[in-house]
Design a protein around this ligand. Structure first.
Ligand code: 3PG
Length: 209
């Protein structure tokens, strides 16, 4: 299932991270992301409506929608039931990884240290989320962590904005970059789907060679 993940994330290179308070936003948000050229998105399990948002966005078509902030095996189950095609977690939990494997859905666990990366690799995970990337030291830390683990692929996320996107994507170890800068709470509160579309289009443009 790492192959599926590779085709989605490595092809897209950009993973918009969405925290959506209200399921009413799902359809216009999906439309804005698709119009901006996004190919996938991560719906975080941080809001009560997350499952409904995921369902609606997956139904919209045109986007490969995954679940984020998945902390427990039970949440992984709910995410997949709601239509998640991949699962992202801020940290590494063996229970989450093994449940995702049982469910046949690719999982991208978070790591912040070499020890966590070694655990993930031992669990058969080849692609990890470096989180929180900028707070951990950004590119310098990514390069230092990637050096001893040439088999690992990274999805750095956390504190990354449009200005830092190209630098991360230029790293051979980076499969894709995640971030919420294209879809903020303020955008959603204002219903500013035009800004979402524009910021997504700029990021997509900045992430394709
Ligand atoms: C996540 O859950 O991946 C992060 O909240 C995204 O990080 P960012 O908001 O700093 O982009």
């Amino acid at each position: 299932s790492d192959t599926d993940l590779t085709s989605v994330l490595a092809g897209a290179r950009l993973l918009p991270v969405l925290t959506v308070p209200n399921a009413d936003a799902a359809a216009p948000l999906a439309a804005a992301l698709v119009a901006g050229g996004a190919r996938c998105a991560e719906v975080t399990f941080r809001t009560p409506d997350a499952e409904q948002v995921l369902k609606a966005m997956a139904a919209h078509g045109g986007l490969t929608v995954g679940a984020g902030t998945v902390l427990t095996p039970e949440q992984a189950e709910r995410a997949v039931a709601a239509g998640a095609r991949f699962v992202v977690s801020p940290g590494f939990d063996e229970g989450v990884v093994s449940r995702c494997r049982e469910l046949g859905v690719p999982v991208v666990p978070g790591i912040a240290t070499a020890t966590e990366l070694m655990r993930a690799l031992r669990a058969g995970v080849g692609t990890v989320k470096l989180f929180p990337a900028e707070s951990l030291g950004g590119l310098r830390t990514l390069r230092a962590l990637a050096a001893p683990f040439p088999q690992a692929r990274f999805v750095p996320t956390g504190g990354i904005g449009a200005d830092l996107l190209a630098g991360y994507l230029a790293e051979p170890s980076v499969m894709a970059v995640g971030g919420s800068w294209m879809v903020t709470t303020a955008h959603l509160e204002r219903g500013d789907y035009d800004a979402i579309r524009r910021l997504t289009a700029e990021a997509v443009e900045g992430s394709t060679p």
